[in-house]
Design a protein around this ligand. Structure first.
Ligand code: URP
Ligand code: ZN
Length: 471
């Protein structure tokens, strides 16, 4: 049982805004929040710990609903497993992961990958975790398996419009008709596969193999077309809930906003820090440096970044997640030296997101503090069935907490990262703010540079469908 803690005189930042006050942790949960709880705390818990937090921000630990720990992409395996990835997450102030599982063997049941992923994560993960299911090889039997998986605690599945196991439009409709009835949230990787395949083949034929051609093979309308199509299909399926992952373009954003403006319900949007803070000129860096940034979708133009920031500010984007999927520049990425089509796609980010969004978002005036918490903590928790438990400062919530010093700075460098990857795409970013302590269900797990979590301390989270998806 974790000990009782009173955080004194902190600046408490929740999805509802900022207030100065005390926060009392008891039995791993937030027990009370108030202006002055000291005498009540001392009377009730004389053995408890009082932590003076004057001048510090006390915020909910973040929730990352888009990671790929230990992902097998055929030509390589993501180098963070659930152990190293969850350690990096905690150092970055993220205490809950909802991981996107990889594809299983052709024709496997929906349950198959849950078993595989429990074997990868259980007993290894330092923070709390869950998995989104994955949709592939659709047939009546697979569709019929959705309800039992939901009952087991999985209210979100992902489908891909690209890659080998992508779904065609007819299969998408079969799935969405069922997920709409059940209140399951379907996450969608929206890229037009045929266009990407055609473009890549053309570039290969012409000998255009440098990283410069990676974004050109996946231009913005590849995303725009796929977002438009999936949302039209969702509308046919009675406004089935759709969550677009890693939205990267102004064009993709616009078609999603148009669908909302037409009155379509249950459209949810996610972007990632890389699409807000990095842009496509990095693909002209010399190899292998440029390979660090090969990911799908690719980094975009400054105008796309600006459109995404503006959408965040207006509240049009629901979640900022990471798509953490690291491959080493000294190893796995080198397979694609001289041929961008052979580079395993993906980059790290689980450790960087929360502080990046504070410094680049709140400190630079692009986001209000409560928007930062909503995007990184409370809204992802709510949408993915962890509302009432994770991602906010409210009585009864898990005491997953971060103490952040807004007066200190953090210089991001590979030398101070905790992922198993050998680079960070944010090398040299000087951020305002420093994460000082991280708590998981009331236990101190990160204290400055000290890591105190126990391997396997993270618990698997059974989730409920988000109530608003049925409205
Ligand atoms: O490049 C990326 N994003 N790799 C991870 C797998 C995926 O497509 O999300
Ligand atoms: Zn992803």
């Amino acid at each position: 049982m974790s000990k009782q803690i009173l955080f004194r005189s902190a600046t408490l930042v929740s999805s509802q805004g900022e207030q100065k006050g005390d926060l009392w942790v008891k039995e791993g949960k937030i027990f009370a929040i108030g202006e002055d709880l000291l005498s009540a705390f001392q009377a009730s818990a004389p053995e408890g710990q009082v932590l003076e937090a004057e001048g510090l921000l006390l915020v909910p630990a973040a929730v990352d609903v888009h990671t790929h720990m230990d992902l097998d992409v055929g030509i390589a395996r993501a180098v963070d497993d659930f152990e190293s990835g969850s350690r990096a997450a905690l150092f970055g102030g993220t205490a809950t992961l909802v991981d996107h599982m990889g594809f299983g063997p052709t024709g496997c049941s929906l349950a198959h990958q849950f078993e595989v992923y429990h074997a990868l994560a259980d007993g290894k993960t330092y923070c709390d975790y869950a998995f989104h299911g994955v949709l592939q090889d659709i047939c009546e039997e697979r569709v019929a398996e959705l309800a039992p998986e939901l009952d087991k605690g999985c209210p979100s599945f992902k489908l891909y419009m690209t890659y080998d196991k992508r779904l065609n439009d007819a299969d998408v409709l079969k799935v969405l008709r069922m997920t709409q009835k059940l209140g399951i949230l379907v996450c969608v990787h929206a890229e037009n596969h045929d266009l990407v395949t055609h473009n890549k083949a053309d570039f290969v034929k012409q000998g255009c193999l440098s990283p410069h051609y990676h974004p050109l093979s996946r231009p913005d309308f590849v995303e725009e077309e796929a977002v438009e199509r999936i949302l039209r299909l969702a509308h046919i399926a009675n406004d089935a809930p759709i969550y677009i992952v890693h939205l990267s373009t102004q064009k993709g954003l616009e078609v999603a906003l148009q669908a909302r403006a037409r009155g379509q319900k249950h459209i949810y949007l996610e972007t990632c820090p890389q699409y807000l803070l990095l842009s496509d000129e990095v693909y002209d860096l010399p190899e292998p440096e440029a390979l660090k940034y090969i990911m799908s979708p690719p980094l975009r133009k400054v105008e796309d970044q600006e459109a995404l920031w503006a959408a965040l500010g207006r509240g049009d984007i629901d979640v900022v997640a990471t798509d953490h999927c690291p491959f080493r520049i000294g190893k796995e990425k080198l397979q694609g030296l001289g041929n961008f089509t052979k580079v395993p796609n993906g980059a790290p980010g689980v450790e960087e997101r929360f502080l990046l969004m504070y410094s680049e978002g709140v400190v630079k005036g692009r986001l209000r503090p409560e928007q930062w918490i909503s995007l990184c903590c409370s809204r992802p928790a709510e949408l993915f069935g962890l509302g009432g438990r994770k991602g906010d400062l409210q009585i009864g919530y898990d005491a997953d907490l971060v103490l952040l010093d807004p007066r200190q700075q953090t210089l991001i460098s590979q030398s101070n990262r905790h992922s198993a990857c050998d680079y960070t795409t944010y090398e040299g970013f000087l951020l305002q703010g420093q994460i000082q302590k991280v708590f998981l269900r009331g236990d101190l797990v990160v204290d400055g540079q000290r890591f105190l979590a126990k391997k396997g301390e993270g618990i698997f989270l059974k989730r409920q469908p988000c109530p608003e998806l049925n409205a």
